[in-house]
Design a protein around this ligand. Structure first.
Ligand SMILES: C[S@@+](CC[C@H](N)C(=O)[O-])C[C@H]1O[C@@H](n2cnc3c(N)ncnc32)[C@H](O)[C@@H]1O
Length: 282
């Protein structure tokens, strides 16, 4: 795809889907787009866009393809074990209720996994707040309906949790008790202000953003990590995907706690500002 054609595709895509391809790694996205066009049966991009602009189903399919919403419960089981055994107990110490944000939650596997662990760690009645957001409205509708999920998607759910929180009826569905624990909202991470936690300025205790920014350019990722830092309370944790590493994390004020877990550490940020001769914000 030449630069002129890619600019045309980027403009049309933004207009029709709200997805800004400038934020995505170019060569990787272009390869994927070419494959998608071939499979769509259209030979040119103008023909493709003409066909999808008045076809809501095809448009949704294109948006799904761009945003990639593959997921499953307790993805990277060993990281969830670390969350359960190390991170959550620490976060819960001295904090009667946790404010959690699952960013890019897809069809709900991640926030429901979080909700199960939180109920098990505290109690069903503890008023923890779990906000789950995604750009993809159809993925959110699926999440809000609580299913159905396939046997593969629930394969890593521990049997006791599967018994307590799921019902089987042509697939697996999370039960109403669990559904009620989560607030789902459509939100475009790249275009909208971050949603403040219900505690306002003090920020989230835990932000989970896994396998979402991997497709974005290095500059966009850095900007987002800095915004996550701001959205966390001091001492709050950012939980990233199994293959994701935050480059220059200490420069942003993040302390690596364990693989995939970063803590907002204001002392790091303060000493960085001091070493640059800049004043520390009050
Ligand atoms: C691969 S899934 C990851 C799901 C889950 N976090 C996990 O790790 O299994 C990526 C999700 O990010 C969402 N996403 C992509 N771009 C986004 C954006 N700009 N704003 C919000 N969500 C976005 C997609 O719709 C998709 O559901």
């Amino acid at each position: 795809m030449d630069a002129y054609e890619y600019t045309f595709v980027k403009n049309k895509t933004l207009k029709l889907t709200g997805v800004d391809l400038n934020c995505y790694k170019g060569p990787q996205m272009q390869r994927r787009l070419q494959t998608f066009l071939r499979r769509s049966g259209h030979s040119t991009w103008p023909a493709f866009f003409r066909a999808i602009q008045s076809d809501a189903e095809k448009l949704a399919e294109f948006r799904d393809f761009l945003t990639i919403n593959v997921s499953y419960f307790f993805r990277d089981a060993e990281k969830w074990k670390c969350l359960q055994e190390l991170i959550l107990p620490e976060l819960l110490r001295g904090h009667p209720k946790l404010r959690v944000w699952s960013v890019g939650c897809s069809r709900g596997h991640e926030p429901y996994s979080l909700a199960m662990l939180l109920i098990e760690a505290t109690s069903f009645y503890r008023p923890n707040q779990i906000l789950a957001t995604d750009i993809d409205g159809s993925a959110l509708a699926w999440a809000q309906a609580g299913g159905p999920y396939s046997a593969e998607e629930v394969a890593h759910v521990p049997p006791a949790l599967l018994d307590s929180y799921f019902v089987q009826d042509n697939g697996y569905w999370v039960n109403n008790r669990l559904q009620r624990k989560i607030t789902f909202r459509q939100h475009n991470l790249l275009a909208e202000p971050f949603i403040p936690s219900d505690a306002g300025e003090s920020g989230y205790d835990l932000i989970v953003c896994r396998n979402v920014v991997i497709y974005f350019t290095a500059e966009v990722k850095e900007k987002l990590y800095r915004r996550f830092y701001e959205a966390l309370r001091p001492g709050g944790i950012l939980f990233v995907g199994g293959t994701e590493i935050i480059p220059k994390a200490p420069d942003m004020g993040f302390e690596a706690v364990s693989m995939s877990f970063y803590r907002r550490n204001d002392a790091l940020q303060d000493s960085r500002l001091k070493s640059q001769g800049r004043s520390i914000p009050a």
